[in-house]
Ligand binder design. Structure first.
Ligand SMILES: [Mg+2]
Length: 403
C-alpha cells in the first residue's frame, strides 16, 4: 500500500484557464490530472484545503480519497471543490495504472470497444484562452491566426461549407457550432428577432444543403436562452435536422427541459457543467434527455464519471465525453469511453488537438478516420513534457509535500 506524499500543480501563461495536477506516491509513482476554468482559484484550493485532506491517504484507495476529499459543508455541484477533486481523481487512476503497468481502460473494468467516433467542436486555436469565461469576448477571434491553424469558429460564422468539407476530408462526419451566442448576449438571452434567428440558422442550412446526411450537425446553445426563446430556436433547428441540441436552457430548470422536449423532436443533450451523478439525476428524471455530457475534469473525475454513466444507463440514456479544455481530460475520456457501454461519442476540438495539445504532453490519443483510441502505455499513457514544466510560460508551480 502506497500513500499520497505530494501534490504539485502547474499553470501556464499560454493557457491560463488550465490547471494540471501531479500526485506523487511513496513508491515513487507520479499520476497526472487536469481541470479547467478558474485555474488560479482551483490551485489555491488544492494547496490550502485539498492537500491537507488527502496527503497520507492510501493512493490506491481512490474511492476513499474521493469520499474523504468531499467538503464537510458549504458545497454543492460543479464548483471549484469538485474541479480540484476531479483533477486529483484522474491523477490517482493514472498513478494506479502506472504502478501495476496497465492502461486505465483495463482498470476501469476492461474495454468494450477499442475506438470511439469523434465529433468536432468548431472552436479556433485561441478559443476560451482568456479570463472572460463564457462570453463572445472569449471566442479568440481578435488574435491573428497562423496559416497552419484550424480557424473553425471563424469558419462556421463565415464559410461553413468549406469547414464541413475540410472535416469530411479528415473523416469527421459530425460537428457542433454555436452561432446563436451573439444574439443571446445582445438581449441577455431574452429575445431573438426573425433576422437574428435567420442569420444564426444560415450555417446549418448551408451545410445541410451541400452535404445532406453526410455531415451530422449539432447546435450548442450554452444555456443562454429563456425557455420560450429556446423553444423558438429548437423548433427552427428541428426543421433542419440536428444530431442534438445542447444546453437549450441554463441547467437549473429540469421542468423547463421537460417542457421544451414536449415540443422539440431533436435529441436534447446537457450536463457537462452540472456536477456529478446526484446533480444529473433530476434531469434524467424528466425523461427529456437524449444524451448526458460529462466532463471528467468537472464531474468528479473517472470515479464519478463511471457513476454518472451507470445512472444514465439505468435511464437508457447514452453519455458523451466533453473536450474543450486540455489533453489530459481528453485522454482520460477516451479510456472512459473504451470501458463504458453507453458511451456514444467523444468530443474533440481539432484546433486544440492539432494546435497545441502536443506542446503539453508526451503523447496524444491517436485519431484516425474519425475515430479515437488511447495512446500506448500504462495509466493514461502520457505525462507532462519535461520541457513544458520548465518552460518560462509555465509560471506557477506549487507543491504540498509530506514525509
Ligand atoms: Mg457544451
Amino acid at each position: 500500500m502506497s500513500t499520497i506524499t505530494e501534490l504539485i500543480t502547474y499553470r501556464s501563461e499560454e493557457h491560463p484557464n488550465l490547471l494540471w495536477l501531479e500526485v506523487n506516491t511513496k513508491d515513487g509513482v507520479t499520476g497526472l490530472g487536469e481541470t479547467f476554468f478558474a485555474a488560479e482559484a482551483v490551485e489555491a484550493y488544492i494547496h490550502s484545503n485539498l492537500a491537507p485532506m488527502v496527503l497520507g491517504l492510501p493512493a490506491e484507495d481512490i474511492e476513499l480519497v474521493h469520499h474523504k476529499s468531499r467538503p464537510y459543508v458549504g458545497f454543492v455541484g460543479a464548483g471549484m471543490e469538485l474541479r480540484a477533486r476531479s483533477a486529483l481523481d484522474i491523477a490517482l487512476w493514472d498513478a494506479l495504472g502506472k504502478s501495476v503497468n496497465l492502461p486505465l481502460s483495463i482498470l476501469l473494468g476492461g474495454r468494450i470497444r477499442h475506438q470511439i467516433p469523434v465529433y468536432n467542436t468548431c472552436a479556433g486555436n485561441r478559443y476560451v484562452r482568456g479570463p472572460k469565461v463564457g462570453s463572445t469576448d472569449n471566442f479568440g477571434l481578435d488574435k491573428p491566426v497562423k496559416q497552419e491553424e484550424f480557424d473553425d469558429l471563424n469558419s462556421f460564422l463565415n464559410d461553413p461549407v468549406s469547414l464541413a468539407a475540410s472535416l469530411l476530408e479528415m473523416g469527421i462526419d459530425s460537428m457542433k457550432i454555436w452561432p446563436f451566442d451573439y444574439a443571446a448576449e445582445a438581449t441577455q438571452g431574452q429575445f431573438i428577432g426573425p433576422s437574428e434567428l435567420a442569420k444564426a440558422l444560415k450555417p446549418f442550412e448551408l451545410i445541410k444543403k451541400k452535404y445532406g446526411n453526410k455531415m451530422q450537425l449539432s447546435a450548442e446553445l450554452h444555456g443562454m436562452w429563456n425557455l420560450p426563446e429556446s423553444l423558438i430556436i429548437c423548433q427552427a433547428l428541428d426543421e433542419i435536422g440536428m444530431r442534438w441540441i445542447e444546453d437549450p436552457v441554463f441547467l437549473t430548470n429540469a421542468d423547463g427541459v421537460r417542457e421544451l422536449k414536449r415540443a422539440v423532436r431533436s435529441r436534447i443533450a446537457l450536463g457537462e457543467t452540472r456536477g456529478g451523478a446526484d446533480d444529473f439525476k433530476i434531469f434524467l428524471d424528466t425523461g427529456a434527455l437524449g444524451l448526458l455530457i460529462l466532463d471528467l475534469g468537472w464531474c468528479g473525475g473517472l470515479t464519478e464519471a463511471r457513476r454518472c454513466a451507470a445512472l444514465a444507463g439505468a435511464y437508457q440514456t447514452p453519455v458523451a465525453a466533453h473536450d474543450c479544455n486540455g489533453p489530459v481530460v481528453l485522454t482520460a475520456s477516451v479510456h472512459f469511453c473504451q470501458s463504458t457501454k453507453n458511451a456514444y461519442v467523444q468530443e474533440i476540438v481539432r484546433a486544440f488537438y492539432y494546435g497545441w495539445y502536443d506542446e503539453i504532453v508526451t503523447q496524444l490519443p491517436p485519431i484516425k478516420e474519425g475515430k479515437i483510441t488511447v495512446p500506448e502505455g500504462p495509466g493514461l499513457g502520457l505525462e507532462l513534457l519535461d520541457d513544458f514544466k520548465k518552460r518560462k510560460s509555465t509560471f506557477s508551480r506549487k507543491s504540498n509535500k509530506i514525509g
